[in-house]
Ligand binder design. Sequence first.
Ligand code: PHE
Ligand code: CO
Length: 295
Amino acid sequence: MNTPRRVEHQQTDRGTIPVYATGVVEQPWDDYSSVDHHVWGELFARQREVLDGRACQEFLDSQNVLQMTADAIPKFSELNPILREATGWELVGVEGLLPEYTFFEHLANRRFPVTWWIRKPEQIDYISEPDLFHDLFGHVPLLMNPVFADYMEAYGRGALKAHGISEEALLNLTRLYWYTVEFGLIRTDAGLRIYGAGIVSSKGESIYCLESDAPNRIGFDLERIMRAQYRIDTYQQTYFVIDSFEQLFDATRPDFTPIYARLANQPSIRARDVLDSDDVIHRGTREGFATDEDA
Ligand code: PHE
Ligand code: CO
């Protein structure tokens, strides 16, 4: 295998454009610098502290079982036997964003693509694209949970199917991924907790999503979520709350083909909006919300 590249978005005079890389690469572990390991360690220690009492217990426990620590960037080759044994998933290294179809093919085959490179020290608080910290720290722990692991595979298969139906169907599914896998909250006996990877890999949003009065927190509703626009450039304006991973998996079991047909005739919903039919856990004050159009 060739030495992997660090594929990042490109800045042009017309804004940022994403750049895609298709291949699977070996994690060049020996090539990480002490700065790379240090960035990992700092982010790891900081997030573990913030997530105590904020992330769901399944996430924290699984991270312990995987033996991730602040000491060094984990080796995919050491995580894989543990993952394979637990749920049959495996990690594959990638150079950056994958084209949609390639990404879904990996999920459908229980392979999770992890970006091999980590952000720079000046990007500790914010990076606009997935890096090793987001992918590994954020996504991989829940792949140890049997129900969530099945949901992710089913999602991959469903997305391959939606891809063959229409662009709109795929957009409906992308919103579902966004509001569950990336930004989902879960109700527990101890209160609301985080399970979304986009939240657990961000210190600011880990606190904001649970403690700020500004965003809405709304009970999970499959078709409602598939109509909801989202923002990629700010904290979320609405979070959707599941009761359990079983609820999530069960709701997504049916064939979506008739659902896509139904949704095609319905307008989308702005990220900030609350509907009369919503199961409102918290109605946001919208304080500080950006007022421009959603992405
Ligand atoms: N059941 C969905 C379908 O038939 C697939 C799916 C599963 C979608 C899980 C999302 C999550 O298309
Ligand atoms: Co992600």
